[in-house]
Design a binder for this molecule. Structure first.
Ligand SMILES: [Zn+2]
Length: 64
């Protein structure tokens, strides 16, 4: 397996794996239920890193 990629809820910083992300209900955080989206960086460390962060939100779940 490749290095595991994890994502952080932009609302509560819950850390989830890509597998968990793929199985979320409409992209809602399993912990807080937010659809704020997920980033490869914790929300508190996105300052200055925003350009590099991969932000995922409900939009990708609407794509087929
Ligand atoms: Zn959350």
């Amino acid at each position: 397996m490749a290095e595991e990629i994890v994502y952080y809820c932009q609302e509560c910083d819950e850390k989830i794996t890509i597998e968990q992300l793929a199985s979320l209900d409409a992209g809602k955080c399993p912990k807080c239920g937010s659809i704020e989206g997920f980033s490869t960086f914790p929300k508190d460390s996105t300052n200055g890193f925003k350009d590099d962060a991969v932000i995922l939100n409900e939009a990708i779940f609407l794509e087929d």
